[in-house]
Design a protein around this ligand. Structure first.
Ligand code: ZN
Ligand code: ZN
Length: 140
């Protein structure tokens, strides 16, 4: 995989990361767990392969078993400042699901689809022509 290198990290900078190239997908997630973890109306998640993504630092991991399938999502966050960084899950092997709010740059990586619109805040609109899933996305 070649391409530009992108960087980001947590508020206190104990956790930093980089990835190369383009994400496999960019998904806005309106699920309750993302809302609670991030404290925002929704999270924007970049799907990155393990080959693309390098993490520096030692995040804490919360094993989030409150999922539709009961298969846990592993939520990696900075134990010092609390910033959510990535999630991993057995259902998406070899992938890191990166929180776009932790990126250093503010261009690119607009959501291509949105999921869990069943639990979206009523005012949290995204462009209506984005493909939407009421619950879990089809990630092809
Ligand atoms: Zn931190
Ligand atoms: Zn979510």
């Amino acid at each position: 995989m070649t391409g530009a290198t992108h960087t980001g990290g947590c508020n206190c900078r104990q956790i930093r990361y980089e990835f190369t190239g383009e994400p496999q997908a960019v998904v806005a997630c309106h699920c309750l767990n993302c809302q609670r973890q991030g404290g925002g109306a929704f999270s924007v998640n970049l799907l990155l392969t393990d080959e693309q993504f390098t993490l520096h630092g030692e995040p804490k991991i919360y094993v989030d078993g409150d999922t539709e399938s009961s298969a846990p999502v592993y939520r990696h966050f900075c134990g010092n400042c609390g910033s959510p960084i990535i999630s991993t899950a057995a259902g998406v092997p070899g992938m890191s699901i990166l929180k776009a709010g932790t990126l250093d740059e503010r261009v690119g990586f607009a959501p291509q689809m949105q999921c869990w619109t069943d639990t979206a805040f009523s005012w949290a609109g995204l462009p209506g022509d984005l493909p939407s899933s009421p619950r879990n996305p089809e990630l092809g």
